[in-house]
Design a protein around this ligand. Structure first.
Ligand SMILES: Nc1ncnc2c1ncn2[C@@H]1O[C@H](COP(=O)(O)OP(=O)(O)OP(=O)(O)O)[C@@H](O)[C@H]1O
Ligand SMILES: [Mg+2]
Length: 503
């Protein structure tokens, strides 16, 4: 009994049947330029034969999700090892399950390796599992390229080997390849040559037309007709289709591919300014603020040592203190300013600066202000970054909170960058970052940025000129692009000859 599926109507209006049993032993090659309707045609064949024969579909674009759901195919995702895929493929043969191998999201090389493992698994199945099966491979030139491309030799060899096995030696094992390609010239010759059925769609390039004519045993002149085909129209030839070349218009399909034909649609009516904002505004792609880590660091010990040293109690405190709170605060500010005015302040360890601060506070009977080490550290970090200690802006408060989970000596650096970013100013150069950290070496500045970027506090991007932009996680701030080594010397302009200026 012949089991046929209808592909569509010929130019004389007759239905064109494809003989499924014949197809199983003679395979099919579809070729046509982009948009000629190859994927639609493969889908038509697969839909019509879904209930009649076991199928495996290699799906590089993730286009067969709806199809799998409709016809009950198992979707095999590619997040698996080569061994896993081979085992799965063998079980598929054993249980005669129809499947879609979804390769979407993998790069070309991984798609090749993945398809190769899967096809080899189907091919290597035990002899008692050699049931007939259609294997559909769209974009076959990806898996059996005529020449090496950018993928590794290993991937190309594996994938080409598996496709050659499928098309040349698969018949005995019940495997029938139905493959489609945009460009015959890009498909490995031995893979194309093993198909005895052809459906040729619209083709423009001479080299592809010549290859098609060779395969079909046509005069090159006759093959010129492939140029005049429209989308969805194919010339069919082969034992499962027709003994003479016949034109067929492929009928409709029931499931949808995700990639439709591009059609014109009205452009949005936003003005240039709005579009600028939409495109360049940092907006939604702000990286999240890192989770604050509460550190149990040693300041308490330092604080105790510094504040409880009796020799620091230099002043007799029996006299009544008549200064107002504001006066005391401004005295504390003055002490702070004096300490930081020392150019070496940045390079001295915090406990030493703190000790000096406590000493001066006690000298002026301001010990209450000198006892809070945490407040001191925060104020020092703010001051080193050139920020006012009375900040109330909610974004700044979040940044300050985040800064506290960084190692202490990095907090000033982070705040310095945040300040530049909040103003859209240049990112401080490596040397400056290193100095705020307490180091003379610019390479330390680069290391600091990497450290903070790896932990999600900032995101660094470097453009093609080597200019760096830093974004602050959690808020939409970014620095202006600037060179890590600071302003580069301006290239001397070539003098313009007076004769040219006159023109
Ligand atoms: N016979 C047909 N009837 C109706 N629509 C069709 C037919 N053939 C193709 N189309 C439509 O034309 C468009 C392009 O078809 P298809 O995606 O199958 O082209 P293709 O040859 O696979 O292109 P590519 O090589 O770029 O993948 C699709 O939107 C498809 O739905
Ligand atoms: Mg396609």
């Amino acid at each position: 009994m012949r089991v046929g599926i209808e592909l569509g109507k010929t130019s004389s209006g007759e239905p064109l049947q494809m003989d499924l049993e014949e197809l199983l032993s003679t395979r099919l090659l579809v070729q046509g330029n982009s948009g000629s309707g190859k994927s639609h045609l493969l889908r038509r064949i697969l839909e019509q034969s879904a209930g009649l024969v076991q199928q495996a579909i290699i799906d590089p674009e993730g286009d067969f999700g709806a199809f799998a759901e409709r016809y009950g195919h198992v979707v095999v995702d590619a997040a698996r090892s080569a061994g896993d895929l081979q085992r799965i493929a063998q079980r598929i043969r054993k249980h005669r399950a129809s499947v879609v191998l979804d390769l979407e999201g993998l790069d070309a090389q991984d798609q090749m390796l993945c398809a190769a493992s899967f096809l080899n698994g189907l091919f290597d199945a035990d002899r008692d599992c050699w049931f007939p099966m259609l294997i559909a491979v769209d974009e076959a030139q990806l898996f059996a390229p005529a020449v090496g491309g950018e993928t590794s030799d290993e991937a190309r060899k594996a994938s080409l080997g598996a496709m050659t096995n499928l098309m040349c030696r698969g018949r005995k094992r019940g495997l029938a390849g139905i493959i489609a390609t945009q460009r015959l010239a890009k498909l490995a010759k031995n893979v194309a040559a093993e198909a005895s059925n052809f459906l040729m769609g619209r083709t423009f390039l001479d080299i592809d037309m010549a290859r098609a004519a060779d395969l079909l045993g046509m005069e090159r002149r006759q093959a010129e007709a492939f140029r005049d085909l429209v989308s969805g129209q194919f010339v069919a030839l082969g034992p499962a289709l027709s003994r003479r070349p016949v034109e067929v218009r492929i009928a409709g399909v029931e499931t949808k591919s995700r990639s439709g034909r591009p059609s014109l649609m009205p452009l949005p009516e936003a003005d240039a300014e709005d579009l600028n904002d939409l495109i360049f505004d940092a907006g939604e792609d702000i990286p999240p603020m890192p989770q604050p880590v509460r550190k149990a660091h040693a300041p308490d010990v330092v604080q105790r040592l510094v504040t409880q040293q009796p020799h620091l109690l230099l002043v007799d405190s029996s006299e009544p203190d008549t200064r107002s709170e504001t006066e005391k605060q401004s005295e504390v500010d003055a002490i702070f300013a004096e300490i930081l005015a020392d150019p070496d302040a940045a390079f001295r360890p915090v406990p030493l600066i703190y000790q000096e601060f406590v000493y001066h506070c006690r000298m002026r009977r301001l010990e209450d202000y000198g006892n809070d080490m945490a407040a001191f550290r925060r104020r020092l970090a703010l001051a080193r970054a050139g920020l006012d200690s009375g900040i109330e802006d909610p974004d700044w408060l979040r940044v300050l909170e985040a800064s506290e989970s960084l190692p202490e000596e990095m907090q000033g650096v982070y705040l310095l960058i945040a300040r530049a970013a909040s103003q859209g100013a240049d990112c401080p150069e490596d040397g400056t970052l290193a100095r705020v950290y307490g180091s003379h070496s610019p390479s330390r500045g680069r290391w600091l940025l990497t450290f903070m970027a790896e932990r999600g506090y900032i995101v660094c991007d470097t453009d093609f000129r080597g200019y760096r932009t830093v974004r602050i996680a959690g808020v939409g701030w970014r620095t202006a692009p600037s060179h890590p080594k600071g302003a580069l010397p301006v290239r001397p302009q070539r003098p313009v000859r007076a004769s040219r200026l006159a023109k």
